[in-house]
Design a protein around this ligand. Structure first.
Ligand SMILES: NC(=O)c1ccc[n+]([C@@H]2O[C@H](COP(=O)([O-])OP(=O)(O)OC[C@H]3O[C@@H](n4cnc5c(N)ncnc54)[C@H](O)[C@@H]3O)[C@@H](O)[C@H]2O)c1
Ligand SMILES: O=C(O)[C@H](O)COP(=O)(O)O
Length: 466
């Protein structure tokens, strides 16, 4: 299906509006922009808008929910929307021109892609995972990244519960057989889940939600995590992965993609599992060694499993997309008995996608309009209360810089002719972020201020909101 483009029809404006060059024509421009931003059909919150919001260009990929589109369009931003992720070359071409990008789990924002993102200030991951973004490089470039840390946790946990029952009853196979016309009414090796043991690997948002649902279904819950986490209900934390594998009838993975979790479940771990147990992976495709999974299934070591995520996944929906050219073992995997394969739909419910759309678009709006980075996953979290209309002639200065000694002294020296109404600065690793509201700004003083901040050797990015 061709990409559905809904680029807004707002007049073309200064591409660098957000980067942020100093106002070229002084306060008259600032006031004009403020007036334009205020003229949208829904009155904006009582915060000063930075400049004409219709100058802001946003690229949304991977069929991000309508709730996000509505929110972003209400701000007056120019929003270009695509149902699919884009091939790298096209992505590089498009990312050059935008101030914000919204993606889900497929779009890889690598260093190579981000190097071309000249105007980009913020990335919204409309999902939980952020492993598809080079977070460190983004921070180095002064690009904040936001996600939705738990809006789809419940959807994933519910699907796991359904799969546990379906696997225990071989119901996926029975359904496929009947679709082909085969009546195969059997009870051999079909079980209730009541009284069985579920081992959860990774007891974060999803793992702990699953724990509660599983106990309600009569399962006993064990879990393993790298940090001590308080058990919910009667669940019990174990100190080793091996102990968990050895004691569980169902093993479900809920860890992030990381070097430590790559092939976390491979031949040795399958060997440690109970004979006739089940493996469920709705975390990331790198976490389970699929050839080892295939071997464990063929040998009867495991009685089945459910897989939702794969090392390589198709970029769009369609027939004949899940083939051996994508992952060399695909036809072996699809031929296994009692293995439920789903196309990365763990978080794909109306509720989850709506809530993610609202949450991430609001984070983008707060960052673009106010510089508020609360909730950023790669950036210092700084927020100042909104300026109000009473704060005429105030400017909000957003200054991302390397986290080295002496910066505040030099920045405050640059601010010396202004009253600093509020100022807040924080750091995260090598990156620091300062937000200050300063008064008594004139067009000339602003130009100077911007020039001096940009000249500081440790500067990463300067933005002025007014
Ligand atoms: N299939 C889907 O559609 C879908 C939907 C949502 C999330 N996910 C994926 O699920 C995963 C978990 O999500 P979450 O929201 O629960 O994350 P979370 O951050 O809340 O929890 C992850 C837990 O894993 C633990 N952990 C990290 N490394 C570990 C290791 N080596 N061994 C044991 N435990 C380890 C952490 O301490 C943490 O408690 C993420 O990878 C996410 O991308 C998939
Ligand atoms: O990280 C996540 O939230 C899940 O993997 C879902 O990703 P998706 O939005 O691409 O379905």
């Amino acid at each position: 299906m061709p990409a559905q483009s809904v680029a807004a029809t707002a007049p073309a404006a200064d591409e660098n509006a957000l980067s942020m060059s100093p106002p070229s024509s002084g306060f008259s421009l600032m006031q004009q922009n403020f007036t334009r931003a205020r003229s949208h059909s829904r009155p904006p919150p009582r915060s000063l808008k930075p400049f004409a919001t219709e100058d802001i260009k946003i690229l949304l990929l991977e069929n991000v929910n309508q709730s996000a589109l509505d929110n972003l369009r209400e701000q007056g931003y120019q929003v270009e929307f695509h149902k699919k992720s884009l091939p790298e070359e096209e992505l590089i071409e498009k990312i050059k021109h935008v101030h914000a990008i919204g993606i889900r789990s497929k779009t890889k924002l690598t260093r190579k892609v981000l190097e071309h993102a000249e105007n980009l200030i913020v990335i919204g991951c409309f999902c939980i995972g952020t492993n598809q973004v080079d977070l460190d490089y983004a921070a180095e470039r002064g690009i904040s990244v936001f996600n939705s840390p738990y809006a789809n946790s419940r959807s994933v946990a519910e699907l796991v519960i359904a799969e546990i029952i379906f696997l225990a009853r071989q119901a996926g196979d029975r359904s496929m057989e009947l679709h082909r016309g085969t009546w195969n009414k059997v009870s051999n090796e079909c079980w209730e889940i009541r009284g069985k043991t579920l081992g959860i690997i990774g007891y974060g948002h999803i793992g702990s939600q699953l724990s509660v649902l599983a106990e309600a279904m009569g399962l006993r819950v064990l879990y393993y995590d790298i940090i001590p986490i308080m058990p919910l209900g009667s669940a019990k934390q174990l100190s080793s992965l091996e102990e968990l594998l050895h004691n569980s009838d169902f093993v479900s993975l809920h860890v992030p993609a990381s070097p430590e979790t790559t092939n976390m479940i491979s031949s040795a771990e399958f060997a440690a599992m109970r004979r006739g147990s089940f493996l469920i992976n709705l975390s990331r495709g790198t976490v389970v060694d699929i050839p080892a999974f295939i071997a464990a299934s063929k040998s009867g070591k495991i009685a089945g499993g459910a897989i939702d995520v794969y090392p390589a996944e198709p970029h769009s929906n369609g027939d004949n997309k899940f083939v051996d050219s994508l992952n060399s073992w695909t036809s072996d995997l699809t031929s296994l008995r009692n293995v439920i394969l789903t196309p990365h739909i763990g978080g794909s419910t109306e509720e989850a996608q709506y809530n993610i759309g609202v949450e991430v678009s609001e984070s983008l709006i707060r960052y673009i309009n106010e510089g508020n980075s609360t909730g950023a996953v790669n950036f210092p979290e700084v927020s100042l209360r909104n300026l109000t209309e009473a704060d005429k002639n105030h400017v909000r200065v957003l200054f991302a810089h390397q986290n080295v000694p002496g910066v505040l002294r030099q920045v405050n020296e640059i601010f010396k002719d202004h009253n600093i109404k509020s100022q807040f600065s924080d750091s995260r690793g090598e990156i620091a972020y300062l937000v200050a509201d300063i008064s008594d700004c004139t067009p000339d003083s602003l130009k100077d201020l911007y020039k001096h901040l940009e000249a500081l050797p440790f500067k990463i990015r300067t933005r002025l909101l007014y």
